[in-house]
Design a protein around this ligand. Structure first.
Ligand code: ZN
Length: 347
């Protein structure tokens, strides 16, 4: 009897979510580029998996054009040290170079590995960096780092498996990393996830944003377990305050480079959400098949979220009333559909 209830409920939910529009088809998430193609002649395939763009002689965008989310990691080199910002998408074929091996093609200086955040598609080759990973200094992360190791949990990575890593050290929001005649300002900007890191090279007008913001028609993801809309809005404003109009931004998905206007647009749309004046619609997202999510859209800026991310924004009395009424109707419908099946099964 219980099995029947579950089956009927599952069928109902799946058909319900199937009614929602998919705004961007998986094959279209890259916009003007196609999966497997480089986004510009400046990005050149170096083997069958990686393409690299030299942003300048000491800054390299390492693309994975065949990855399903068109990932880019960054190698940022100074006169004495380098930073590797992210460690690969987890989709590279067996036998291909690790992100550590690719970095070694461009620098022989000591490399500090910093992960933009802990999602599975940014951390794959983290264990290949011999000195370990440098983590953002947050109380919960410090508390989780014991005996020189930190395990990125399955919940943090949104993956099936946990990833244990050696800890090289910590960096805090506001720190300045000195690479030798090149410095990076460290920002911890929760929003997409709590541990999200953004690095700013003010002298070169380069900001590396990870998944905090990127230009990719798959949209901005604010429905991850650690997404937080209030922080997202506050931190997008902070990022705008800390950068000027000439700043070039480099994201982790899609076409890497974009201007400050894109961050402004994200901030405007997040502003509508947190002020309670969004024009959401419910759609399906290619990363969350079968689950409807809320979309805030302005031209090519898509922000996907869910009521589960930010209960204070969601549980206004009218929304609560609507959910209760709608929920009761759904359960009644399931009951009416399932009851004859129970009776038949019993009889
Ligand atoms: Zn992410």
């Amino acid at each position: 009897m219980k099995i029947w209830t579950l089956i009927v409920a599952a069928i109902f939910c799946l058909s319900f979510s199937g009614c929602f529009e998919r705004v961007v088809e998986p094959e279209d998430v890259f916009g003007v580029i196609r999966r497997g193609e480089t986004y510009s002649p400046a990005s050149k395939m170096i083997d069958s998996w990686y393409a690299v763009e030299a942003i300048d002689t000491q800054t390299f965008a390492i693309n994975e054009p065949k990855s399903s989310q068109y990932n880019t990691s960054y190698l940022i080199i100074g006169d004495e040290r380098a930073v590797m910002f992210d460690a690969g998408s987890s989709e590279r074929p067996a036998g291909s170079k690790s992100m550590r091996q690719v970095a070694a093609l461009y620098t022989d200086k000591p490399i500090t590995l910093i992960l933009s955040h802990f999602h599975y598609d940014h951390i794959y080759d983290a264990s290949k960096f011999e000195t370990g990973v440098t983590l953002i200094d947050r109380p919960e992360i410090r508390a989780g780092a014991t005996n020189g190791r930190y395990t990125i949990s399955a919940l943090e990575s949104v993956d099936a498996e946990a990833l244990p890593l050696k800890v090289a050290g910590f960096i805090a929001d506001g720190d300045v990393i000195d690479l030798g005649h090149r410095t990076l300002d460290v920002l911890n900007l929760p929003g997409h996830t709590t541990e999200s890191i953004v690095l700013i090279d003010g002298a070169r007008n380069q900001t590396f944003t990870g998944d905090f913001t990127y230009k990719h028609l798959g949209g901005i993801i604010a429905f991850a377990p650690a997404s937080d809309l209030l922080s997202y809005k506050a931190n997008s404003d902070r990022l705008l305050q800390l950068t000027n109009i000439d700043m070039q931004f480099f994201g982790a998905h899609g076409i890497p480079r974009f201007g400050r206007d894109w961050v402004s647009l994200m901030s405007i749309e997040l502003g509508k959400i947190v002020r309670g004046k969004p024009d959401y619609r419910y759609v399906a997202h290619y990363l969350a098949p079968g689950l409807p999510v809320r979309l805030q859209q302005n031209e090519d800026m898509y922000i996907y979220t869910t009521p589960l991310v930010d209960p204070p924004l969601f549980w206004s009395k009218w929304t609560l009333l609507l959910v209760v009424v709608f929920g009761a109707l759904v359960f009644y419908l399931i009951y009416r559909v399932a009851r004859p099946l129970f009776v038949a099964a019993r009889g």
